[in-house]
Design a protein around this ligand. Sequence first.
Ligand SMILES: *Cc1c(COP(=O)(O)O)cnc(C)c1O
Length: 217
Amino acid sequence: MSLADIQARMLTACTAAGRQVSDVNLIAVSKVQPDARVAAVLDQGHRIFGENKVQEAAGKWPAFRAQYQGVAVHLIGPLQTNKTRQAMELFDAIHTVDRPKLATALARLAQDMGSCPDLFIQVNTGEEPQKAGVLPADADAFVAEVRALDLPLTGLMCIPPVDEEPSLHFALLAKIAARNGLKGLSMGMSGDFETAIALGATHIRVGSAIFGARVPG
Ligand SMILES: *Cc1c(COP(=O)(O)O)cnc(C)c1O
């Protein structure tokens, strides 16, 4: 697979769903990838990337941003409250807002800094105990809470359980978003992004299918 292959598959999936490919953002998930692979994708003109750790992104993206214009980096992994300021300085979007304490910290810093990344609320659609995200039953209340803090809420994000049919989770996320008037849907990864596009994804997060298998360390 390569960037061009994924773009071609996105186009096919959008056409089949009667959607514009420009309405779907491809987030190239560069976590753990060697810099040379990331640079190769930047050299092909791609500009939206995803990282799941604040520390790793801090070590990698300031240099790439200095070298390439118009880069956007999205945080797609869990955010500890004590790293909120650093995350707000590093990222253009945060997909993992999942608790009131974090929302409050974001709001306070947004006041301070006069800006805030685009935010997505992570929903634990599979209700998995080990997974982050608000439970589906708590999602509407948390959306209201985040909005009351005057934060820029773009949409919802989910990571379906590995052993379940993802379409059920994507459909549930889309339903929660629709009833809350949210347009953004961050869903779909290497193995299921076409399904996610069919169900309305606006942000797909694709790593290994673009970069190849993640090299440990
Ligand atoms: C790593 C990761 C991805 C990308 O996974 P691939 O299967 O490599 O496409 C997407 N979303 C999240 C939250 C991730 O942590």
